[in-house]
Ligand binder design. Sequence first.
Ligand code: ZN
Length: 463
Amino acid sequence: MNTLIRNGTVVTALENKRADVLIEGERIAEVRAGIPEASADKVIDATGMYVIPGGIDVHTHLDMPFGGSQSSDDFETGTRAAAFGGTTSIVDFAIQARGTRMRDALDTWWKKAEGRACIDYGLHMIVTDLGASGLEDMDEMVDEGVASFKLFMAYPNVLMVDDATIFKALARTAKNGALICMHAENGSVIDVIIARALAEGKTAPIYHALTRPVRAESEAVHRAIALAEIAGAPVYIVHLSSEDALNEVREARDRGVPAFAETCPQYLLLSIEELERPNFEGAKYVFTPPLRPKKHLLKLWDGLRNDHLQVVSTDHCPFCFEDQKSLGKDDFTKIPNGGPGIENRLQLIHHHGVNSGKLSLNRFVELTSTTPARIFGMYPKKGEIAPGSDADLVVWDPSAVHTISAQTHHMRVDYSMFEGFECRGNARTVLSRGEVIVDGGRFLGKPGRGQYLKRTARGGAWK
Ligand SMILES: [Zn+2]
């Protein structure tokens, strides 16, 4: 089956041009003006629309176990919500349990996704323990298309690994070409501050933010980059939240170090005051790193514009307010950490980035699709509009006005962090490998149609 998208403006990371896009089967066959309608079985009119590469969200947590509970979106509900917002690929996280093999975690996460994923998905591996065979296991994971690993410098006794482990893993990736993703916060120090706060009876949600200082983030970013430099490996900082941390990345990049970082819509648009909402509603904004004072927000936008930050992901990790966030009513440390956002990333970054003049349309595409594809070994299969690439395409209506609300969103969670935010620009028609899966607010895809993305190592822009 051939599909022709006609009369749109094709927007890539590099250029905007009036062109038609011909899709043959699952791939893009041709991109040029004036492709005859007769060459297609199905024609999509994109007059007045942008045609952009499908969004790629490289930081999601679907069906993630957390303290006897689960993040509230599974691979079906989460990827369907993603599709509504114009995201056609995700990279989620498999979690190695301490004392077990990475292979077990990979099998477990494949099972979670199988029969459910509506869009294509890759997996990073969260390494909690290198054990006797961990380094060989990493090579094995790379062969399976798990081209990136996440390590935690936070959450002692749960996920945190020590500097020796971090260094060994980094050194291994210098050889096997994978990329280490770092949750950079000094967890040992934060735990001491938390214990002090609890001892003083400080239990409200706001103390989640007040016990995780900005310097605990920037110190860890500095250390992560230093360890990567010693190991001769690149490093990628996940969910960077503050100016101080950004300065560490910028300083390293200015010296030519292959350090990369992402931020998320919540750090660009929300600030610490949200955690002071009455009636425990601050818990809706409890995730790590925490929201920061307002002065950090513009600095992060500057970082996106100047390429000190390369990617916008969501860290989508939803927990319902009513029966999950409430676990921490009397103790902020019991509030499940995470917030929903997989559906709204493109809407928010287009509106607050492009419409407000902070980002060009091309930079918007680069941050939300093309660079994530490159860094995480999916390019040019994903993140590009060119012959041979997967036909993951979004017909984007730049003038559609959409008000974000839990009443209308498709994520399986009972609140929105962006409730009432009005955005101009939204996905109208979404194609995944040539198949229309969302059109005019209707979902047309099937659970289980999403395929596992075998990603390649050394996909990134480093040597
Ligand atoms: Zn995360």
